[in-house]
Design a protein around this ligand. Structure first.
Ligand code: A3P
Length: 337
């Protein structure tokens, strides 16, 4: 496929370079842009990543919720947000449930979307990208691969990182349906399944190659297990209470024995479950990013929430091809997916 290049990021600093672009598996069938080994939605996103890498200063209290798209981000965000804000979260008191009026995505700032849009003046009057922290919410979400995080996140600040990954076959199936529905919402033709599959396998998907994304966080979690918690969607489905407790402890918001005795863990798990979240009015009929080019129905974040749904969509040959890629990519890493 054709690779052209773009050079329109010059106003964003000294990392100017030639960025290959090509059609990939992405929202609105956009051309993806290649930067530091990964594919991104468009040049404006790469520009925002530049800006975040240059100006974002992590703080020890920050908690990063990291994932590749379609691996369970919505769920992990909901659990983490419910955990850190649980003094105000009670599903018996409907006014205190934060998910009644907004999706979990709206509860956390997203580094590569939010970061440079907020500015403050420096001493000389020029505008600097500025990250406006909510003192009550230490969570920051990102789909950035580990190797492209701002240095202060990956190296020096001591902030915590939680990463979720998922079987690549289910991740692909989820992504295919997500982009197909997004395309339909704009009266666009969806990419056919077999073409989407080739693109995903070649790594040419939004924030892909998927396997490199997972491996970056996996290796970092082995090096720094106290700072990086590595989770799998499938494990969490099997024993959500156990992982919610582990997550809470890891991010410094562990449950007291009184809370455990009062069923707080179960309440949070239920409130964040696929069935509960997907049946809320806001997630059935609401929209995110309304009146912007990224406007989207919230219901697109909730499809089935099952493990092994790939069995309903991929041929045995497709599954074998993807399994082989996974085996080759993860070989020697100690990780299985
Ligand atoms: P499926 O398309 O397989 O159903 P992300 O949040 O990273 O975009 O991932 C989306 C996937 O997570 C979708 O998977 C979606 O249905 C599933 N999902 C959303 N909310 C969930 C929840 N509360 N529990 C489990 N899975 C959830």
């Amino acid at each position: 496929s054709s690779v052209d290049s773009t050079r329109n990021l010059s106003s964003h600093g000294d990392e100017e370079d030639v960025f290959p672009t090509r059609q990939g598996l992405s929202a609105f069938n956009c051309n993806l842009v290649h930067y530091q080994g990964f594919w991104y939605l468009d040049t404006s996103m790469v520009a925002r990543i530049f800006s975040a890498r240059r100006h974002f200063q992590a703080q020890p209290s920050d908690i990063f919720i990291c994932s590749a798209p379609k691996t369970g981000t919505t769920w992990l965000k909901a659990l983490a947000f419910a955990i850190v804000s649980r003094t105000t979260v009670d599903d018996d008191d409907s006014t205190a449930n934060p998910f009644l009026s907004k999706t979990p995505h709206e509860c956390l700032p997203i580094l590569e979307f939010t970061f440079p849009s907020m500015t403050r003046n420096d001493d000389y009057g020029s505008c600097l990208p500025f990250f406006n922290r909510d003192p009550k919410n230490p969570l920051i979400a990102t789909h950035l691969p580990y190797s492209s995080l701002p240095e202060s996140v990956s190296d020096s600040s001591g902030c915590k990182i939680v990463y979720i990954c998922r079987d690549p076959k289910d991740t692909f199936v989820s992504m295919y349906h997500f982009f197909a529905k997004l395309a339909a919402s704009r009266n666009m033709e969806p990419i056919p399944l077999d073409k989407a599959f080739d693109l995903f396998c070649n790594g040419e998907s939004s924030f892909g190659p998927y396997w490199d994304h997972v491996l970056g966080y996996w290796k970092a979690s082995l090096d720094q297990p106290d700072r990086i918690l590595f989770l799998k969607y499938e494990d969490m489905k099997e024993n959500t209470g156990f992982y919610a407790t582990k997550l809470a402890e890891f991010i410094g918001h562990g449950f007291s024995s009184e809370e455990e005795g009062n069923g707080v863990v179960e309440k949070i798990v239920k409130m964040c479950s696929f069935d509960c979240l997907s049946n809320l009015e806001v997630n059935k009929n609401g929209k995110i990013a309304e009146n912007t080019p990224w406007e989207m129905e919230n219901k697109l974040y909730f499809r089935k929430g099952n493990v092994k749904d790939w069995e309903n969509h991929l041929t045995p040959e497709m599954a074998a091809r993807m399994d082989l890629i996974t085996e080759q990519k993860l070989s020697g890493s100690g990780l299985t997916l």
